[in-house]
Design a protein around this ligand. Structure first.
Ligand SMILES: [Zn+2]
Length: 466
């Protein structure tokens, strides 16, 4: 084991900004030394990283990814190997991916399948949530076992009838179980039954272009489902985490619930903060690049999301990384928007886009780290191992150059997908060096990590509950 000293940087966590040197040994943070005390630890360290003029931040925690996810007859194009390597390039050192229960199958079978995909292939650490596609007596019992094993969060869908959809009765039963076993229910909140009617009507009227994906998946149907999920969780007495919130009206539902003091939490994603229905309307089927659910909204919604991030009505920014190539995958929906695989690439871009939000004055530096590292780690039971730089924490550390300029492009990104949703966007700030449990993964803009370094992380329960 190599000891490492990261010298001269500004250490930024959700709680503090300190000019300090960080000493790492045996894969963990040993101590922070204030710069102005004159203590020089350089001679004792095996390796010294000069972070003068840079930020020293915790590695990002992306709590919402879908590597190799099956959807509409194809698979998300990043494997655990390519996806976690791209995550590292973007300063993210932990992902929590979604294992999927097959209809008629056990949770165990789904979880085993996802372990098999990820085991020995990841460049950075990973954990799993479980998607409940088939709620029944057996599944409900299995939830208890999974919580004990460290899979402590369960995603349900009010959308996608016939695929992942659960009706209100099933949702209530899963919530009641979570209220007892300590699990956190994550909700895809859109009224899928109503949306499917609008999809059918749009297609019948010859409205087949990608932009209609955004038109039929109405903001009101996101707000309605969010409201319903909140009320069901109140009846069940369970906490609720609403994923990928995109509409002003849905943020209002969350704000109302949180003002009542409920254990209700909201997540949004960079695509809703930086992109809009203008992208979905791009000509020549280019809009398909931006098809995801919940959908991108008219640009006015962005202000409500930024406000929600400042007031903590939205408390996490994850990516919902679920890439499909434009050629050969998004293509499946030419002439029928409902067949376009849903999802956007983004695991590599999140930390940079949120730093740009710091530069643009939407959020503070510490809030950047809180939204992208500390809160997701606490929300999903990974703190204090992950999400902060403190004695005892895993040495998942990023040296970030806040002044470097870069242009996001598919030409230079590392995700296994043939386009970028942020093509040509200028960003101030860039990842320079990344450590995962004390080992170098990115060193001076070179990948020096390896598939299999990343370890599975069993998780504790949500740390925001009393
Ligand atoms: Zn998702």
């Amino acid at each position: 084991m190599t000891s490492t000293l990261i010298r001269g940087g500004l250490v930024v966590t959700a709680a503090e900004e300190t000019h300090a040197d960080v000493l790492v040994d045996h894969g963990r943070v040993v101590a922070l030394f204030a710069r102005d005390t004159g203590t020089d630890l350089t001679p004792g360290a095996d390796r010294v990283i000069d972070a003068t003029g840079k930020y020293v931040i915790p590695g990002g925690v992306d709590a919402h990814t879908h590597m190799e996810m099956p959807f509409g007859g194809t698979y998300a194009s990043d494997t655990f190997e390519t996806g976690t390597r791209a995550a590292a390039w973007g300063g993210t050192t932990t992902i929590v991916d979604f294992a999927i229960q097959g209809v008629g199958k056990s949770l165990r079978e789904g979880l085993d399948a996802w372990h098999a995909k990820a085991d020995g292939r990841c460049a950075v650490d990973y954990g799993f949530h479980m998607i409940l596609a088939d709620v029944n007596d057996r599944t409900l019992k299995e939830m208890d076992t999974l919580v004990e094993e460290g899979v402590t969060s369960f995603k349900l869908f009010m959308a996608y009838p016939g695929v992942f959809y659960s009706d209100d009765g099933k949702i209530l039963r899963a919530m009641q179980r979570a209220a007892v076993n300590g699990g956190l229910i994550m909700m895809h909140a859109e009224n899928g039954i109503a949306i499917d009617v609008l999809v059918e009507q749009a297609l019948a009227a010859g409205k087949t272009d990608p932009r209609y994906h955004g038109e039929v998946r109405k903001a009101l149907l996101e707000a309605e489902a969010t409201h319903r999920a909140i009320q069901l969780s109140r009846v069940a007495g369970s906490p609720l985490y609403v994923v990928h919130v995109s509409a002003t009206e849905a943020v209002e539902e969350l704000a109302r619930a949180r003002d009542l003091g409920l254990n209700v939490f909201g997540e949004t994603c960079p695509q809703y903060l930086f992109l809009s229905t203008d992208n979905l309307a791009e000509p020549d089927f280019e809009g398909a690049k931006y098809v995801c659910s919940t959908p991108l909204r008219p640009v006015e919604h962005q202000a409500a999301l930024w406000r929600g991030l400042r007031t903590n009505d939205l408390s996490v920014v994850s990516t919902d990384h679920c890439p499909f190539c434009f050629t050969g995958q998004k293509d499946l929906g030419r002439g029928d928007f409902s067949r376009i695989p849903n999802g956007l690439p983004g695991v590599e871009n999140r930390m940079d886009l949120l730093h740009q939000a710091v530069v643009d004055g939407h959020i503070t530096r510490r809030r950047w780290i809180e939204l992208a590292c500390a809160t997701p780690a606490r929300m999903f039971g990974l703190h204090p191992r992950k999400g902060t730089i403190a004695p005892g924490a895993d040495a998942d550390i990023v040296v970030y150059d806040p002044r470097a300029e870069q242009v996001i492009s598919a030409e230079t990104h590392h995700m296994n997908v043939d386009y970028s949703a942020y093509e040509g966007r200028r960003i101030t700030g860039r990842v320079e060096t990344v450590l995962s449990r004390g080992e170098l993964v990115i060193e001076g803009r070179e990948f020096v990590g390896r598939a299999g370094h990343g370890q599975y992380q069993p998780r504790g329960t949500c740390q925001y509950l009393l």
